[in-house]
Design a protein around this ligand. Structure first.
Ligand SMILES: [Zn+2]
Length: 228
């Protein structure tokens, strides 16, 4: 029987006794295995899997996310990413892990789009790295920091679409140990897919066998020309 990766373990259940799980939309207390309360569950819409053609390698990157980047879920992600609410990583990670199964792949590694050293110093934590760690734990797959960011870029959400695509060029490098691995690539929010495509290209160039993208949320309104 397949393990239900989105269910919390006993350790996490004990933590929930002290700090109850909260609805990821409205913040109301929910049961440990739930992500949204009954009222909000109807508001959550699951996005279609996104596909991006990788310019340099010609491969197609498939990206999945458990929910659209909207409403209360968007606010929750904002609190996680910009207001230091790191505690949300556990619940978000388990929600995302459930979306890794439809890829039908046996992953060798969970990697993530990392912050630059400067951004990591400024923020104090890598939001995608924390999510990747929780996803790796839920799936029983090793977390591997296969990617490094080699130059500073402007924050993607402050830029227009065309700027985002050039902003993310040639900024990631994958380590040699990537060769031959099937990699689950984690990022927080997918908009144009520019960051994910750059990371996936770096992984393929280092010899990855297959790369699949997993995000917490998908901003679907902004369609990328890179979509296929
Ligand atoms: Zn709710």
């Amino acid at each position: 029987m397949r393990k239900d990766v989105s269910r919390p373990g006993w350790g996490e259940r004990l933590v929930f006794l002290l700090f109850p799980a909260r609805c990821l939309w409205c913040g109301k207390a929910v049961l440990p295995e739930e992500f949204f309360c009954r009222e909000c569950a109807g508001l959550v819409s699951a996005p279609r899997p996104r596909q991006f053609k990788l310019e340099r390698t010609g491969q197609v990157l498939e990206v999945r996310a458990p929910a659209l980047y909207r409403g209360g879920f968007r606010e929750t992600l904002h609190r996680y990413k910009f207001q230091e609410q790191k505690g949300l990583a556990g619940q978000l990670g388990r929600l995302m892990a459930g979306q890794a199964l439809p890829f039908g792949a046996e992953f060798d590694a969970v990697a993530y789009a990392p912050l630059s050293r400067q951004s990591l110093r400024d923020r104090g934590y890598d939001q995608s790295g924390l999510l990747a760690g929780r996803i790796a734990k839920a799936l029983g797959v090793p977390l591997r920091p296969l990617l490094e960011k080699t130059k500073e870029t402007k924050r993607q959400h402050t830029l227009g679409r065309a700027e985002r695509l050039t902003n993310a060029k040639d900024v990631y490098r994958a380590k040699p140990e990537t060769a031959g691995k099937t990699v689950l690539l984690v990022d927080d929010i997918v908009t144009t897919g520019a960051t994910l495509c750059q990371c996936a290209e770096a992984l393929y160039e280092a010899g990855a066998a297959r790369v699949c993208g997993l995000c917490a949320a998908s901003a679907e309104k902004e369609e990328s020309h890179a979509s296929v």
